[in-house]
Design a protein around this ligand. Structure first.
Ligand code: BDP
Length: 707
């Protein structure tokens, strides 16, 4: 008997664990907890009417039926009779939203005190987005008797960039191998592909670049294009367009052309034929994303041509099919004796006006490289004649990788809200990339370097899913706050228990600042491990390329620390508008979060707190560590409300995060102390090891360094 009891218990707990593996992301559709709300929903939603019979509306139908079944714990039927339905999805070309993707949701009360909910859109994809939004409202247990929503996307291109290789390794991936199994495609359709598309559609993501920016030309061969077609066909009804990365030297590598010179007519013909072949297979193919003449990738400059020559050649090839070219501005060259910060701007700004209409320039959020904190990239807003996309990194290459809980929405918001002053005040980065500031620009968008792999929970760390979610929600509506997005995500992912929501909110909302503090406070940047970018390595100086070495970025010496980018230094600040320069040019008034990004200041530099810089550095590093301890305490307080599986995963990961935060603090401070020659403040927690110990640590198999 006892044995059977144990068996049943372990079976039950196994099922529970499996159910909360994280695979279902924010689409769990568990029954509504709040009884009053549940009764309101059950009373009012019984019959659903869906106009249109496209593949997209079939998806909508199954999502709504399954979603409502789970949330309301009752079977919901679909009716063909508009009059009897109480949840209606209508195609309506006159909806309030003028976007092809937008939707309206309204509820109207009847005489019998019941109400009907109307969801309308110009197109069936708008209905699908509206359906997902309606399910989100229910998952958040909001009342539906007075809904009045008009929703359309802030950005037209909301796209994931997968840095996935054809052998399924993922550059900077920390959640397993690629979900795209090129070997078994096109014949084997993994359920993952469908669930991936569903998840993206549920948050409004409408594009995906399937392959790494460090591109492999093989993806452009016919047999691989057939595999791409299989994915494109699957993703289409979810409103997702497929894009590929184009290796600039592909004509040479695949068809033995003598050159890849963009002005050579044979090369032009090759790309035109390739585009034709692709569009015959995939009529709505999005276009190409290109990393050229950057970190060893081939590009037009190999032939003495400019970025616009290269981009325009490809743009001509896809233009007949309405394709676009997303050309990256992430370029820097160690052979040019110039601050890496300045190089993209120097190269691209003079090209403004030279690009074809179907080219967008994709710029990283900051001028260096997805660092924990950077000021906005000065190129954003500096090319008014050229549509521009901003690229952010969801995968946490520089943000604690697989093991740190870092909610990135506050970082995205910080950049989006910054005023660039390119057209006077109110020139926020958001208003540039959403096209408000330069109204003539037809295209706009944002890219997120994906954090998705084949781990059971998709993103590795259970909280990393929140960054995928936040990217989608923010690109749909750049006005949403980090808190709003976090709250939605928490309720959908962990449930609606008030107590735990508050604690998890606190954990998430403080996590970004905490990570900046224990890794790169006060404007420090790029001081992590060589190559794998794991852990602290401020002493790193072994690369032959100066601009890959941490010492190039912090410039610590006996006089002080920081990178002088003012007029007495590299003058990178001059790439910003005057008003921005004024904010950051003077070390005594510069926003302290960017101090060492723009200034080399003395170890005794007076800080706003009244401390000198050295002491401030010590305390800030330590504050970051203390905040992780607080995150641990908050997480423990959620124990009774979180399923055991995810609770223990996060509990263990927070322990690693704390250990690594302390490691960052101790290693960096011991190293910087060799220059400051100042003692640690009184009662400061002293490092348990000496500097030699930290310098001896090696991580030959740190993840994410795939080839
Ligand atoms: C760097 C990554 C490298 C990428 C590069 C890029 O370390 O793996 O290829 O960005 O964005 O941050 O092209």
């Amino acid at each position: 008997m006892k044995l059977i009891g144990i068996l049943i218990c372990s079976l039950l707990s196994f099922q529970f664990t499996y159910a909360e593996s994280g695979y279902q992301l924010w689409l769990r559709y568990h029954q509504i907890r709040n009884q009053k709300i549940l009764i309101e929903y059950q009373h009012n939603i019984r019959l659903v009417y869906i106009e249109s019979s496209s593949p997209t509306s079939a998806i909508l139908k199954s999502e709504i039926v399954n979603g409502l079944k789970g949330l309301l714990n009752k079977k919901i039927s679909i009716t063909k009779n508009k009059v009897e339905a109480d949840l209606l999805f209508n195609i309506n070309t006159k909806t309030a939203t003028n976007s092809e993707e937008g939707f309206d949701i309204h509820s109207i009360k009847n005489k019998d005190n019941k109400f009907k909910v109307y969801i309308s859109a110009k197109k069936d994809i708008g209905l699908l987005y509206g359906g997902f939004h309606f399910l989100r409202i229910l998952q958040n247990e909001q009342s539906i008797d007075t809904i009045n929503i008009n929703s359309s996307p802030s950005l037209s291109i909301r796209i994931l960039n997968h840095w996935d290789n054809l052998n399924r390794s993922i550059e900077r991936g920390y959640a397993g191998i690629s979900i795209f199994n090129w070997h078994t495609l096109p014949d084997y359709i993994d359920q993952r592909y469908i669930d991936y598309a569903r998840a993206n559609a549920s948050i409004g993501i409408n594009g995906t670049v399937l392959t790494n920016v460090n591109a492999n030309a093989t993806i452009l061969t016919t047999s691989y294009l057939l595999k791409v077609k299989a994915l494109a066909d699957l993703f289409r009804p979810y409103g997702i367009k497929v894009y590929l990365t184009a290796r600039f030297s592909a004509p040479i590598e695949l068809d033995k052309l003598k050159t890849a010179d963009p002005l050579n007519s044979e090369v032009q013909r090759w790309w035109k034929n390739k585009a034709k072949e692709i569009y015959e297979l995939i009529p709505d193919f999005g276009g190409f994303l290109v990393k050229a003449n950057s970190e060893g990738q081939p590009g037009p400059q190999n032939y003495g041509r400019s970025h616009s020559d290269g981009a325009n050649m490809l743009a001509d090839a896809v233009a007949p099919y309405h394709g676009i070219i997303i050309w990256r501005a992430f370029v820097y060259n160690n052979e040019i004796a110039e601050d890496r910060f300045k190089q993209a701007y120097n190269e691209f700004k003079p090209l403004d006006g030279n690009f074809k209409k179907n080219v967008l320039i994709q710029v990283k959020n900051g001028p260096i490289d997805f660092q924990p904190r950077e000021p906005f990239h000065p190129l954003i807003g500096a090319m008014p004649k050229t549509p521009m996309m901003m690229e952010v990194q969801l995968t946490q290459e520089y943000l604690g990788q697989a093991t740190h809980l870092v909610y990135e929405a506050p970082m995205f918001k910080e950049i989006l809200q910054t005023d660039s002053y390119v057209k006077g005040t109110n020139s926020s980065i958001a208003s540039i990339i959403n096209g408000d500031l330069f109204e003539h620009q037809q295209m706009n968008g944002m890219s997120g370097v994906a954090n998705i792999g084949n781990d059971i929970n998709w993103c590795g760390h259970p909280f990393a899913q929140a960054n995928w979610y936040a990217f989608g929600r923010l690109t749909w509506n750049t006005n949403l706050t980090s808190e709003e997005i976090a709250t939605e995500w928490i309720k959908q992912t962990f449930g609606t228990q008030q107590e735990s929501i508050k604690s998890i909110q606190k954990i998430m909302l403080g996590s970004y600042e905490s990570m900046v503090e224990y890794m790169t406070p006060l404007g420090l940047h790029h001081i992590m491990g060589n190559g794998n970018h794991y852990g602290p390595l401020p002493w790193g100086n072994s690369f032959s390329r100066a601009d890959w070495n941490p010492v190039y970025y912090h410039k610590a010496d006996s006089l002080g620390i920081g990178f002088n980018r003012t007029s007495s230094g590299t003058n990178a600040l001059s790439q910003y508008n005057k008003e921005v320069q004024i904010k950051w040019a003077d070390s005594s008034t510069c926003d302290e979060k960017y101090l060492l990004f723009f200034h080399h200041v003395s170890w005794n530099h007076p800080m706003k707190s009244g401390r000198n810089l050295w002491n401030e550095l010590c305390y800030t590093y330590n504050d970051g560590v203390e905040r992780v301890k607080e995150m641990e305490r908050l997480w423990i307080s959620t124990k009774n409300n979180i399923d055991g599986d995810r609770y223990h995963q996060v509990e263990q990961l927070l322990k690693i995060q704390l250990k690594e935060a302390e490691w960052w603090r101790d290693a960096c401070l011991l190293y910087f102390q060799t220059f400051s020659k100042q003692p640690f403040p009184k009662n400061f927690p002293l490092p348990p090891h000496d500097l030699n110990y930290y310098q001896s640590l090696q991580f030959p198999y740190a993840p994410g360094n795939a080839q």
